[in-house]
Structure formats: structure tokens, C-alpha cells
Ligand binder design. Sequence first.
Ligand SMILES: NC(=O)c1ccc[n+]([C@@H]2O[C@H](COP(=O)([O-])OP(=O)(O)OC[C@H]3O[C@@H](n4cnc5c(N)ncnc54)[C@H](OP(=O)(O)O)[C@@H]3O)[C@@H](O)[C@H]2O)c1
Length: 286
Amino acid sequence: MKIIILGGQGNLGSQIVKIFEQDHEVFSFDRTDFNALDKEVLFSVVNKIRPDILVNCVAYNAVDKCEDKDGYSDALALNRDLPANLAELALKLDFVLMHFSTDYVFSGLETKREFSEDDTPNPINKYGESKFLGEREIERQAERGLKYYLIRTSKLFGPKGDSPQAKPSFFDIMLSLAQDKKELTVVNEELSCFTYTLDLAAATARLISSRAPLGIYHLVNEGAVTWYDGALELFKQTKMDVLIRPIRSENLYRAARRPKFSVLKNNKVKKLRSYQEALKDYLHNK
Ligand SMILES: NC(=O)c1ccc[n+]([C@@H]2O[C@H](COP(=O)([O-])OP(=O)(O)OC[C@H]3O[C@@H](n4cnc5c(N)ncnc54)[C@H](OP(=O)(O)O)[C@@H]3O)[C@@H](O)[C@H]2O)c1
């Protein structure tokens, strides 16, 4: 199949490109090729290729920056308007749109700790709101016949993407901090699931190869944990002598509130392996 990947140099996009290239004709684009927000260029590139599927890995992910006016306006452009444009284009040119969203669309403030694919989002921060608005644009076009996969995921980790701007993930930040410090404080709240980008890319490819029904999917590694739990596991596996002190969310200043519980429950397809196994693989291949 002909598959376009947008954001192909991002952390997830780089892995999606690698996996999809094994079985498909892949056309990968990133910011260095063209600005995905330039509707005219986007339409002409996609129209020329006429893909069977377009996978959108572009997003504005700076959660705290989304809380200020400029950041939120960038977030709306990338997280709401881009999927809206892609959905319109997908309907017009008849291709399947694959798009990624986040556990942060859920409030995670209630006693409810796990969220199923059909639960109703209720974001508590601006990033979550912008991603939810993107989801709504896709679902609005689905009523007109759009073919789509909307994949929610959380706490990504894995090799850094090829983009010079690619951000290190939580585990890499912890490893780098541990180079200089023997003691680290880590938030022992915000229960959710880590997700290895290689596993997510493979599971995304399986949706296509298995001809899974269109719709919303939750794809995460198994194991509901806090950041603190994740750090303990990391230093256990690397056998590094680092003291981890648990702190509350409110003791780490961040502009955006985070859901206390945002465990994504995968009720639809084969569950991914545990995050501990995935982390072991990541550390082994690093
Ligand atoms: N990271 C997480 O923990 C997490 C958690 C839950 C869900 N998600 C979702 O997973 C998906 C992938 O996230 P990620 O962490 O892999 O993102 P990422 O590493 O930030 O990758 C995004 C890519 O899009 C590119 N891009 C940004 N603006 C662009 C534009 N205007 N035109 C063309 N390309 C542009 C970026 O280029 P530059 O590098 O040059 O900006 C980057 O290569 C997103 O939908 C995200 O919301 C992520």
C-alpha cells in the first residue's frame, strides 16, 4: 500500500516509518520538507501521491507551554486544525486517516482510574483540550464517511526521533540526571501506562495488516504505574545506585495540571507486553 507519514522524524514517527517500510511504499515528511499547516502545499503533496493511508504523527506536545496564549494557539493549529484539514482531505481523496491522541483527553480526577475506548473525554489542561478538539474534528467527518483510526496512547519512550528538535523521553531524562546526582525526586502520582514507541508502531501496523475495524483504539504497554514506579524499575534494571524519593504532583511546579489517573484500557485488540519487558528491550538495544 502507499502510505504517507507526517511527522516522520518525530519520536513516534521515526519508528512508524521503520516498521511501515517493511511492507509498504512509504512517503515520509517532516517540518524540513514542508509545513504541514500550509494547507495548499499539504493538499498538493497528498494529491500527487494519492495514498491508501496517511498516518499523522505531527503534534504540539509541550504540555506546559499550552497553558499560555501563544502556546495554546500553536497547539490548536497542530492538534485541532491539522487533523481537521487531514480529515477533509481524506474524505475528498478517499484514503484512511490514522491519527494519535493522548490519555490527557481524560480528566482522571474522578474515582474512575481506567478509561475505555468509548469513555467520554473531559480534559483538565489545555494540551488535552487541543487534542480532544482534534479528535472531535475527526469524529465529525466520520459522520460524513471518513475512514479513520484514532489511537490514544500515553507516556511514550524509546529512541529519540531523527528531528534535531526531538525530545528525550522520561527514562532518558532520568538516566541523564543520574549521571550527576545520587538522589532524585520523582512524582509518585499520575497513574498511567508507559508505551514503547517500537511496540506502538508495530501495533499500529497490525491494525492495518489485520484489517481491524475502523474507530478508536487504546494502545499502551501493560502496567499502570506512576513516574516514581517507572524510575524504580529503570534503576533496578540498570543496577544503578540512585536513591529515588517520591513526591506529590503538587510539589513539582508545572503550569499544566495532570490527570491523577489516566490508565488507557485496551479492550479491542491483543494487549501489548508489559512496560517492564519493553523497557528491558529498549535498554538492551540502546
Ligand atoms: N510523547 C508522549 O509521551 C505522548 C503521549 C501521548 C500521546 N502522544 C501523541 O503521540 C503522537 C506522537 O508524539 P511524539 O512524542 O512522537 O511527537 P514528536 O516527537 O514531537 O514528533 C512530532 C513531529 O512533528 C513535526 N512537526 C511539528 N510541527 C510540524 C509542522 N508544522 N509541519 C511539519 N512537521 C511538524 C516535528 O518536527 P520538529 O521536531 O521540527 O518540531 C516532529 O518531528 C502525537 O500525536 C502525540 O500527541 C505522545
